[in-house]
Write a protein that binds this ligand. Structure first.
Ligand code: NAP
Length: 498
């Protein structure tokens, strides 16, 4: 179980606080302060982690810099071998890590296990992809550009950036951490992780799996503490050469403060689901429920607004309501579909959106019900653009339906959003689907399925306020390297067989 067995050294049983990871050791912070992690279900402190100091962050950065130099000289096959080892250890210990996810972020028990296994698979795939794409460079000859003869050979290769700072969000604290850690390491970088407070203990267990795999001291570190307290110090630290961040608007603030370093930002979304008259309405209803309510709507790619042709809206609403009636609501330990949202302030925010919609006349398809952080799934019909829920990301089990009278109206609503993560369109006409997909200003459009981040090797990116750069295993590796050229200058032009 958590903090026991192979994980015993990550826990200070006397003080009942989890340690942080630096220079290959599990340590207590000199701050003597801790941060409480509140269980969303019981609303009581469940775990505590160290509140790391700025001095400790400085030490971690220094150690990372030294370790990175040696790591860059480590053969690619050996880096891959260690990553495969870490992946296997992670999967072997899926149960205690999943247990933490259940307690820290109220993730349904089965989904928590899936997150850990998926993370192991992601690490292994990254090791394989890294060996392939980093094992190859490019040779360019000079005579392809006007005015040159073949007297220069350019060898271009991919080199590490240095120290990568990874900051994942609460909703996938393991998966969205390894999606940054594995590409950084295979590419020859050192890695500093700042886990989300809710989810920090799961992340510490995951880091211990990398420790057990035998990565060199100092190469990987994990500093804990509230983002609002150590976040700025980390993101503006001169020792950081790249930031990979996933989360909400915090990412926009970070991108304004960070120095001249590469940024990978995966931020919020308001994923629209456009439904045309010729769609398979059973498929639509199934995807609206799965897309809108999985993990209680706390997914970046959840369906966050349904834009449906008025002529089929009544039928779809009935089908959705009937499927929603089958969703189980309760604690994550019972593997319920709808579990408490992550914090009380999130629940209050969601309630604010619901009350605004109520005042402005939305139709409630179910009664609004809340107990603590637990909010029962709610479908709001006849939502209009003057309601906050038409634009804002609830990150909870509340889904607005806007009835439209033309495809253009749906596309217009989607594109008027400040977000542009994903979107989806349901129609049986593939030609229309492609044209709508082209018109939607989002990083991905799913045709006849709800938005989704996986499989993890697919490119994944947001436009506008939804992000900078692109993720997905291959893109993340490429983002965490820089191209270096070495040019061989011959004394005279030389042509093979010439
Ligand atoms: P968040 O509040 O932005 O937090 C994300 C991370 O940033 C956490 O680790 C947080 O640490 C840290 N942080 C907070 N303040 C910081 C600062 N000043 N400097 C540096 N780091 C700081 O987001 P969240 O509530 O965890 O996650 C929900 C959001 O993430 C939603 O908007 C969702 O759409 C988005 N998301 C996007 C994707 C995607 O790929 N596009 C995927 C998943 C989620 P603390 O926890 O300690 O505050």
């Amino acid at each position: 179980m958590a903090g026991n067995g192979v994980f015993a050294e990550i826990y200070d049983g006397e003080a009942e606080v989890y340690r942080y990871y630096a220079e290959g050791e599990w340590r207590k912070s000199s701050s003597a302060k801790s941060v409480s992690i509140i269980n969303p279900t019981t609303r009581k402190t469940h775990f505590k982690v160290q509140a790391c100091t700025q001095e400790e962050v400085n030490k971690v950065m220094d150690a990372a810099k030294v370790a990175q130099k040696a790591w860059a000289r480590t053969p690619l096959w050996k880096r891959a071998e260690l990553l495969h080892k870490a992946a296997a250890i992670l999967k072997d210990h899926k149960a205690p890590i999943a247990h933490c996810l259940v307690k820290e972020i109220a993730k349904p028990a089965k989904d928590a296990l899936t997150e850990v296994v998926r993370s192991g698979d992601l690490v292994s795939y990254t090791a394989e992809e890294g060996v392939r794409i980093l094992g190859e460079g490019k040779l360019l000859v000079s005579d392809s550009f006007p005015g040159n003869e073949r007297s220069k050979y350019c060898l271009s290769s991919k080199i590490p950036l240095g120290v990568v700072l990874a900051i994942p969000p609460f909703n996938y604290p393991v998966n969205l951490a390894v999606s940054k850690i594995a590409p950084a390491l295979i590419a020859g970088n050192a890695l500093v992780l700042k886990p989300p407070t809710q989810g920090a203990v799961a992340a510490l267990h995951m880091i211990h799996c990398f420790h057990l795999a035998g990565f060199p001291k100092g190469l990987i570190s994990c500093v804990t503490g509230k983002g609002s307290e150590i976040g700025d110090f980390l993101t503006m630290h001169p020792g950081v050469n790249c930031i990979s961040f996933t989360g909400g608007d915090t990412g926009i603030a970070i991108s304004k403060k960070a120095g001249m370093i590469p940024l990978q930002m995966e931020l919020g979304g308001k994923d629209a689901c456009i439904v045309l008259e010729d769609a398979d309405l059973d498929l639509v209803a199934a995807n609206i429920v799965k897309g809108g309510f999985s993990y209680s709507g706390q997914r970046c790619t959840a369906v966050k607004v349904v834009l449906i042709m008025d002529s089929v809206a009544d039928e779809v609403v009935e089908k959705v309501k009937s499927k929603m009636g089958k969703l189980t609501v309760g604690p994550p330990e019972d593997d319920c579909d709808i579990t408490p949202v992550v914090t009380e302030s999130s629940a209050n925010f969601i309630e604010g959106l619901v009350m605004d919609a109520k005042e402005k006349g939305a139709t409630f398809c179910q009664e609004y019900r809340r107990e603590g952080n637990l909010i029962w799934p709610l479908l709001l019909d006849h939502v209009r653009p003057d309601m906050r829920i038409a634009w804002e990301e609830p990150f909870g089990p509340v889904l607005p339906i806007i009835r439209i009278h033309s495809v253009e109206e749906g596309i217009h609503h989607c594109n008027a959003s400040n977000f542009g993560l994903q979107g989806c369109v349901f129609t049986s006409d593939i030609n229309k689907a492609i044209m709508i997909s082209d018109a939607m200003e989002t990083g991905t459009v799913q045709i006849n399925s709800a938005p989704a981040r996986g499989p993890d090797h697919f490119p994944f990116q947001g436009l506008k306020d939804s992000g900078i750069g692109s993720q997905g295993i291959t893109n993340s590796i490429n983002m965490m390297v820089k191209v270096k050229s070495t040019v061989i200058n011959l004394p005279a032009p030389s042509y093979t067989m010439g």
